[in-house]
Design a protein around this ligand. Structure first.
Ligand code: F2R
Ligand code: MG
Ligand code: MG
Length: 306
């Protein structure tokens, strides 16, 4: 499978997971499973803040041939539409920057000066995961820096780096068995190390959904959602099964769907994404064609530097 197909799969897969999970965000696993059976249809195809911010990350990397914090913050602000449903911390960080604070300082003022550990940095990280898929040190550096625009807490940044590295391993085509080992070597924070250990144990016994939610989480915190997305990807053998499972856990369904979709799309490539989902994903100025174009541009800049 071509690398270009993996680049497109990661970005479109993320947007599809987001749009598929969006109507279910905030519902419990029991509520989701009482309404949905086997047939998972894309309802509106509208994406949320997850994809709007991912678009900003991609645009900025392309225009700057790499990371530029002031520009990335500006892209987030230009693209911002409150109706996409942003987290309160991210909203506040972007307001501060819009009103003149520097992008380096704004996010550190949130949550009593601790910074955010929400999953808002991880949910948008797919462009970093594909662009730096072949350089783990650079990937970590840019994942931390791009997170810092809105998320300065160590756990928010580490969650984004872990998600980006999962996407990178998927682009490389790393065998699933080897992936957990590589992720454990990569991650620095003890909370994520423990979650990766739990993933291994849960995969070994095909645990039920209640156990996954209580052990890995389905919330808005990066440490309660990034590991859940990695688990969803590792447990299943297709893009569709992984993403449907991720969303069926309820809770932060759009975001866990987006992160599972990004890893799965990077692993299986665009061709493995159900056509009926891709066709239903919103079109328009920054819709599915634009997202595909961004992935192609990241590929072009990376490999041809033009
Ligand atoms: N905001 C939403 N969904 C609610 C509205 C959707 C509704 N359908 C609508 O249309 O209005 N979803 C999006 O937000 C999540 C990403 O959040 P982000 O960007 O990380 O925001 P924030 O506020 O920084 O963090 C999220 C929450 O985590 C807790 N938290 C974070 N850091 C904390 C700290 N240091 N101490 C204590 N708590 C902390 C807080 O509860 C934050 O609000 C995604 O789901 C995205 O889809
Ligand atoms: Mg969202
Ligand atoms: Mg969400």
């Amino acid at each position: 499978m071509s690398l270009k197909s993996k680049f497109i799969g990661a970005l479109i897969g993320s947007a599809i997971g987001d749009a598929l999970g969006a109507p279910l965000e905030g519902n419990s696993m029991e509520e989701v499973n009482s309404v949905y059976g086997e047939d998972w249809k894309m309802i509106s195809g509208r994406y949320t803040d997850d994809t709007e911010m991912m678009i900003g990350v991609a645009e900025s990397l392309i225009e700057n041939r790499g990371f530029n914090g002031a520009d990335m913050a500006a892209k987030f602000i230009q693209n911002y539409h409150a109706r996409r449903g942003y987290g309160p911390g991210t909203k506040e960080a972007l307001r501060r920057i819009r009103e003149g604070e520097s992008w380096e300082e704004a996010s550190g003022k949130l949550f009593g000066g601790k910074g955010s550990y929400g999953n808002g940095a991880a949910m948008r990280i797919a462009p970093v995961g594909i662009f730096y898929y072949d350089n783990a040190d650079k990937l970590r550096e840019i994942a931390y820096k791009s997170s810092h625009v809105t998320h300065s807490h160590e756990l928010g940044k580490e969650g984004a780096a872990l998600q980006a590295f999962s996407i990178a391993l998927a682009v490389q085509g790393t065998e699933k068995e080897a992936m957990l080992h590589d992720l454990k070597e990569f991650v620095k924070n003890v909370i994520y190390k423990e979650k990766l250990r739990k993933i291994e144990a849960l995969l070994a016994k095909e645990a039920d959904k209640k156990a996954i939610i209580s052990e890995l989480g389905n919330g808005e915190e990066a440490f309660n959602s990034v590991p859940t997305a990695i688990y969803s990807f590792l447990r299943f053998d297709s893009f569709k099964d992984a993403v449907v499972y991720a969303i069926s856990l309820g809770g932060d369904a759009d975001t866990i769907g987006a992160m599972t979709g990004a890893i799965s799309g990077a692993y299986y490539g665009e061709g493995a994404i159900p056509e009926e989902w891709e066709e239903k994903l919103e079109e328009g100025k920054k819709g599915r064609s634009y997202i595909k174009w961004l992935a192609e541009e990241l590929y072009r800049v990376k490999f041809y530097n033009v």
